[in-house]
Design a protein. Structure first.
Length: 389
């Protein structure tokens, strides 16, 4: 039976419960085996602890994984939220429905409800509490942690097309952090994805100034976007707002330039992307360097019909990430179109060094449509640094 989603104040109230109320009735302390993993996660081999915790059954997590009453401080809660988040992502259940969720249920639409799997649900409750504590005590460090968690969780949900989790988290993140430039960048990135049909832009259409949807390649409208009224315009607004508050936010400039190109405003797009490329190179930001160079190459090739300029930009991308497929492919194609037969060798080089035991590196071009998903590893590493003892 298909799941039925209905707005419910009752479930919204449940999902807003303090984290302490998640404990099973009669259980007040964590189990000994959880405390062993907890100590390992914060003081020892964190990767091994995450791997072991990810193998626990949901009922075991709910019954045993909690903070000891003597150590229930804000940063211990942050550590537990991060532990849950890493475990849920490790076993590929994060932000999905619980395995024993009913076939029909009410969904609150304000954060994650109990029908979500145990790790993401418990992590959300902890982060929601931490946000309230941070605001009440004016703790900017704690608020930065909570904001970063939302960026990770929402981008992850977008990447794996977990639409309901993405929207449930998006609303509360916008409410709690809507004035922050990084949150404006996130919301703009989601609007950028939603300006396609289904937000699934990540294949060959993407490289031709089009986005791919369920019914083929489509063009983004300058006023409405293909995915619904105003998504393309919303993305432009959010990126500009983020840059107004934080002029050094290079990714916002990169994405603004890309959106301007997609609606045909190529002079403005080139200006934004040129500046984004210079900023990214100066800061050694490989993701933004690679993507800005590719997007500038697209403008050169598709709009200006200037193959030498396109080849120059594509070479910058390839120099930044030599084994990323799209950069080599676009460089090789441009070289071949210009009459340089070495282009075929450039395309072949994208497979250099690949083997069954040494797979292709993740290409930023393939994950660009999924907001800040590309930052998940670095953000989780920073979170670990905050909570390690």
């Amino acid at each position: 039976m298909a799941r039925v989603f209905v707005v419910s104040l009752l479930v919204a109230g449940l999902s807003a419960a303090p984290a302490a109320q998640v404990r099973p009735r009669g259980v007040t302390e964590p189990s000994g085996r959880f405390l062993s993993l907890w100590s390992m996660y914060r003081r020892g081999d964190a990767d091994a602890a995450v791997d072991a915790f990810s193998k626990w059954k949901p009922k075991e997590v709910a019954a045993e994984a909690m903070l000891p009453s003597a150590g229930d401080d804000p940063w211990s809660r942050a550590a537990l939220a991060t532990f849950h988040t890493e475990a849920g992502m490790r076993n590929n259940t994060f932000a999905r429905w619980s395995v024993d969720s009913p076939s029909a249920f009410n969904l609150g639409g304000w954060g994650l409800a109990p029908v979500y799997e145990v790790h993401s649900y418990h992590a959300f409750l902890l982060v929601k509490d931490l946000t309230a504590i941070g605001k009440r005590t004016h703790d900017d460090r704690l608020l930065a942690y909570a904001r970063s968690w939302y960026i990770i969780a929402i981008s992850y949900s977008l990447r794996w097309r977990l639409r309901d989790a993405m929207l449930d988290l998006w609303d509360i993140a916008d409410h709690d952090f809507g004035d922050d430039p990084e949150m404006r960048l996130l919301i703009g990135s989601i609007a950028e994805a939603r300006s396609t049909l289904g937000g699934s832009a990540h294949n060959s259409c993407f490289g031709l100034g089009f986005f791919n949807g369920p019914h083929g390649c489509i063009w983004i409208s300058p006023t409405s976007g293909a995915g619904g009224p105003g998504h393309g315009q919303e993305a432009l607004f959010e990126f500009r707002h983020a840059l107004k508050e934080s002029p050094g936010l290079t990714e916002a400039r990169l994405r603004l330039g890309r959106m301007l190109h997609l609606i045909g405003r190529n002079d403005e797009a080139r200006e934004a992307l040129t500046l984004a490329l210079a900023e990214a190179q100066a800061a050694h930001q490989l993701f933004a360097t690679y993507m800005a160079a590719l997007f500038l190459g697209e403008i050169d090739e598709e709009a200006a019909r200037d193959l030498p300029a396109a080849i120059s930009h594509y070479r910058i991308a390839v120099d930044a990430l030599p084994f990323a497929h799209y950069g080599r492919l676009m460089l090789g194609q441009a070289m071949t179109r210009s009459g340089d037969q070495e282009g075929w060798q450039e395309m072949r080089r994208m497979f250099d060094g690949e083997a069954a035991d040494h797979p292709q590196v993740t290409d930023p071009y393939a994950i660009y449509p999924f907001a800040q998903y590309w930052q998940i590893v670095s953000r989780l590493r920073d979170m670990r640094g905050e909570i390690r003892q």
